[in-house]
Design a protein around this ligand. Structure first.
Ligand SMILES: [Zn+2]
Length: 270
């Protein structure tokens, strides 16, 4: 089933991306052993990542979102095709937190933006930042809801962007619709297709499908070589100390919890 779709609405002046992220959120919950609160906050964060990752063009493009407070931290790395991975430290409390947006599109220097998290609301803080930095009026929504047994019942989100030629009438119409339309998780709960959700958000029955072949997924691209490269960033003395101890070392990938055993022999070449 398609779980990411992009549409053009209102005479191609409005771009809509709709995602269903239930599999992604469940996988993140399972990998990281998350509480209900962490599943909600981290799941919504990864949902934003899946929406933005759907816009990346090249295999080597990387978009990293990071939220930090004195107490907690979350990271989401997005790749082309809405492939995301992430990690979370401590229960997510982000009052007075800061969000970092790092875009590496293979240019000389990656782009980095920083924004404060207002009232602990990650989605809204990001939207404000996005509207300012990209100068595109954007509405972003992400939600994760649970059933009575605390299992993830629905997860998903949408992004609506107004093109420069959107008229005032269209802007008013979209604003009004969003206020009066159900949330993405409510619509998904009614078994609405992503196309039906986009029609409901724009009140446009003649929307055009732009992209329908992307599937958001939790994908980790770690490897033993990457782990060894990570160790290579330590100082020479630190690496020598590890070699002197002459014991195999075990490293764990933060993103997927996969364990790697690295033999001392393998460190001697770095
Ligand atoms: Zn991994």
């Amino acid at each position: 089933m398609n779980n990411v779709m992009k549409f053009l609405a209102c005479n191609s002046t409005v771009k809509v991306t709709c995602v269903n992220t239930i599999e992604l959120v469940n996988k993140a919950k399972e990998i990281h052993g998350l509480s209900q609160l962490a599943t909600k906050i981290f799941g919504e964060f990864l949902t934003i990542g899946a929406i933005l990752g759907a816009d990346l063009k090249d295999e080597t493009d990387n978009l990293t979102l990071q939220v930090k407070s004195d107490y907690a931290q979350m990271t989401c790395v997005c790749k082309k095709g809405a492939k995301v991975k992430g990690y979370i430290q401590n229960e997510p409390v982000f009052e007075n937190g800061t969000m970092y947006i790092i875009k590496d599109l293979g240019l000389k220097d990656p782009y980095m933006g920083i924004t404060n998290i207002e009232n602990g609301d990650i989605v809204n803080s990001f939207v404000k930042y996005y509207a300012k930095s990209e100068q595109i009026p954007t509405v972003l929504s992400a939600g994760v809801v649970f059933d009575e047994n605390n299992n993830v019942k629905q997860a998903g989100g949408y992004m609506i962007q107004l093109m420069p030629d959107a008229t005032e009438d269209v802007i008013d119409l979209i604003e009004e619709n969003i206020k009066n339309t159900e949330t993405m998780t409510q619509m998904l709960d009614k078994n609405m297709s992503l196309m039906q959700t986009a029609k409901s958000l724009t009140k446009d029955e003649d929307i055009l499908t732009m992209i329908a072949d992307i599937k958001n997924e939790y994908v980790c691209d770690c490897s033993k070589t990457k782990m060894i490269n990570g160790i290579a960033t330590l100082s020479k003395d630190e690496i020598q100390n590890i070699i002197n101890e002459n014991k195999d070392i075990e490293t764990v990938c933060h993103f997927c919890n996969k364990k790697y055993i690295i033999k001392v022999e393998e460190l001697k070449h770095i």
